[in-house]
Design a binder for this molecule. Sequence first.
Ligand SMILES: *Cc1c(COP(=O)(O)O)cnc(C)c1O
Length: 399
Amino acid sequence: MPNQATEPSAPDPNSAVMPINERPPATMVRGEGSWLYDEDGRRYLDLVQGWAVNCLGHAPEVIVRALARQAQTLIHPSPAFHNAPQQALAKALVSRCDLDRAHFCSTGAEANEAAIKLARKWGQAHRAGAATVITTEGSFHGRTLAMMAASGKPGFARRFPPSVPGFRHVPFDDLPAVAQALGPDVVAVMVEPIQGEAGVVVPGADYLHGLRTLCDQAGCLLIFDEVQTGMGRTGPLFAHQDAGIPPDIMTLGKGLGGGVPLAAMLARESVCCFDAGDQGGTYNGNPLMCAVGIAVLEAIDTTGFMHTARARAKELSRGLDGFVTDGLAVGHRGRGLLRAIELARPLASAVQHAAYQRGLLVNAAQPTTIRVMPALNIERDDLQRALMLLREAVAQVLG
Ligand SMILES: *Cc1c(COP(=O)(O)O)cnc(C)c1O
């Protein structure tokens, strides 16, 4: 069914929800796989998936079942006690990377805060109190006060002065800049293996490796924010595994919970230095969320799952090649099922809107950049349909 009445509206005076951004007027009521349905029965082919969150699509059976089963057993014992899903998810995650322990929380920003706290605590013990963290321009690490300061989104750090100190920004994918910024006051370098919100910016092949070497030489920690790139989004389970080098600390979120608020901070044993009282959070390790994390990981581990996701990624990449060939885009980039097309002119918002009117959800990540992050298990037909709708939307906007 064609979508109508999709002009973004002014904040609704009849709504009690605090306006924080422009939203289309539709109210979403149901989701199934790659499809989202609004209250008027319109359906949308969803290539945003809750912001790269729903790696198994909307309302996948395995998550519904995990939630129901765990909800009937134990929802929240309090973080003062062990619980089985937390133990199992931590084991499952550390067995799939070179890190040794996991701490669970609810959001990516919270996981990154935990990573910075752990790094600074480590710096107190091992690096004479060094506390500065090098981050990159264009990066996005979340919306807490400290993570807005850590992020390299233009203007982000100055929105709610005073800005949290202790972050030094360098250009992304620039090893000499990191080398120059490293000093005795630096405790860690924190980067996204691929910058997501910046518009899917993929660094050169030697970047992560080079960061590892620089951090080792300087004696500081390397932190990968894999909140967006983790959980199979870019091909391997964690994006840094393509580079073949491990970080000292890694954060996860988004896809880890497949749609529920679950995030994690993982670290090497030698870095795990929190003392009692240093770290907490009412919902940390909540078994209801961790049970979902286990279900997500099991689904991704299922034979053939990632193989199929990589096949879809190839089809997506090939489809976007066509956009360039036909002059609809000047380029496309990305890994796995995290992709973006680059437009010749700053028309991304118009394209997002035109796509929405056709029943397709994509994200204008930057003025010239359209980002797509479909479910890892998107069906081939849905992907082809999405490419066709996006093509129509871009063509319409370009006139
Ligand atoms: C989304 C995102 C975050 C923030 O996660 P929240 O759950 O919104 O706090 C942090 N880092 C990266 C790379 C992200 O994409």
